[in-house]
Design a protein around this ligand. Structure first.
Ligand SMILES: [Zn+2]
Length: 309
C-alpha cells in the first residue's frame, strides 16, 4: 500500500480544517451561555478579566454613577489618537446587545484597531439590565433612556437620568468621532435622522450609506435611514450624538428577538462583530462639520414611536 496515497486525503482535510478555523473570528473568550441571566456584576467581572488578559491594550474606565450608585463602566481598547465608542443596553431588556458588546470588546482586545482607542460600554441602563426591563425607573417613574437626550424635535427628558447625562458628558469630554449604539430586536443598521420629521436627509447620506452597508456585509441586515427603517423617536442618543457634536452615529438593531437563545446570541455576535469593526475602521477620522438640523418637526409623528426596539 502506498502510504503517501493513504495519508494525502487526511493531510488535505487537515489543511482544510485549519483554513476554516483561521477564517472564523476568535470570540471564544465570551461565554454566551449566561446571556439571559447575566447580571451587571458579571459584566464587571468580565471587564476586569479582559484588562487582566490584555493589560497593554485594555483599560477600565467609568463614565459616572447612576442614581443607585452603580458605576457605569467600560473598557478603553487601544491607544490610538482617534476616540470611538460602542455603547450598548440603553434598554435593560435587550441582553442580546450586551452580549454583542462583550464580543466586540473581546475581539478588539485581541486585535485592536490601528490608530484608534475604542471605548466599549456594555451596559448603560444598569438597573434595567439587572431586572430585564426596558426602562430605568426613578421614584416610581419609568423613563426610556433612549428618549432622554435633547433633540431638535423634542424629547421625553432631557437628562432626567444620571446615566444619559453621564454618557453625554463622556462623548463630549473624550471627543468621540464615531459611535455605534447597540439594541435588539429587529435587524437593521441605520443612520440619522431618526426623529419625527419629514426632512430625514443630512448632507452626509451617501457617506452614511457606505458606513451601514459595510457594517452589514456579514449580517446582511437591512440598512438605511433610521426613521424609514424603524420608526420616528424623539430624544434618542444616536440623533443627539450627531446633532450636538457631528459624531458619525450608527444604530445597530441586532438579531431577531428580545429573548434570544444562546445559539441566537452566538450567531448574532458572529455576524455583527466583523461589521462593527469594519464600520469603526472605515469611518471618517474627524467629526462631521454640518450636523445642525434645519428641517421641520412634525409632532403627529410622535405617535409612531412604539418604544419596543
Ligand atoms: Zn432598544
Amino acid at each position: 500500500m502506498d502510504l503517501r496515497l493513504a495519508r494525502s486525503p487526511w493531510i488535505f482535510l487537515s489543511s482544510l480544517l485549519l483554513a476554516t478555523v483561521a477564517a472564523i473570528p476568535a470570540q471564544a473568550a465570551v461565554d454566551h451561555q449566561k446571556a439571559a441571566t447575566r447580571q451587571y456584576s458579571d459584566v464587571q467581572v468580565f471587564l476586569r478579566e479582559l484588562v487582566k488578559s490584555h493589560p497593554k491594550q485594555v483599560q477600565l474606565f467609568t463614565i459616572g454613577q447612576n442614581e443607585a450608585g452603580d458605576a457605569i463602566e467600560g473598557v478603553k481598547i487601544g491607544s490610538g489618537a482617534i476616540s470611538n465608542l460602542v455603547v450598548s443596553t440603553h434598554h435593560g431588556n435587550e441582553y442580546g446587545s450586551t452580549e454583542v458588546a462583550l464580543a466586540v470588546a473581546d475581539s478588539l482586545a485581541q486585535n485592536p484597531l490601528k490608530g484608534q482607542a475604542v471605548f466599549v460600554i456594555p451596559v448603560l441602563n444598569v438597573s434595567g439590565y439587572n431586572h430585564r426591563v426596558r426602562w430605568e425607573i426613578l421614584s416610581g417613574h419609568s423613563w426610556d433612556p433612549n428618549r432622554n437626550y435633547p433633540g431638535p424635535c423634542g424629547t421625553e427628558g432631557p437628562f432626567t437620568l444620571k446615566s444619559t447625562q453621564a454618557l453625554a458628558s463622556f462623548i463630549d469630554h473624550e471627543k468621540i468621532v464615531t459611535s455605534a449604539t447597540l439594541h435588539t430586536f429587529h435587524p437593521a443598521v441605520v443612520y440619522p435622522w431618526g426623529m419625527g420629521t419629514p426632512d430625514l436627509s443630512t448632507p452626509y447620506d451617501d457617506l452614511f450609506k457606505e458606513m451601514v452597508q459595510g457594517a452589514a456585509l456579514e449580517s446582511k441586515y437591512p440598512t438605511g435611514n433610521s426613521t424609514e427603517l424603524i420608526y420616528a423617536a424623539n430624544g434618542a442618543y444616536e440623533d443627539y450624538a450627531f446633532w450636538k457634536h457631528g459624531i458619525w452615529s450608527i444604530l445597530f438593531e441586532l438579531g431577531f428577538s428580545h429573548d434570544p437563545s444562546v445559539a441566537d446570541v452566538q450567531a448574532t455576535a458572529q455576524v455583527n462583530v466583523p461589521g462593527i469593526r469594519r464600520m469603526l475602521e472605515q469611518a471618517p477620522r474627524t467629526r462631521a462639520e454640518k450636523h445642525g438640523f434645519s428641517g421641520t418637526c412634525d409632532d403627529s409623528r410622535k405617535s409612531m414611536d412604539r418604544h419596543d426596539e
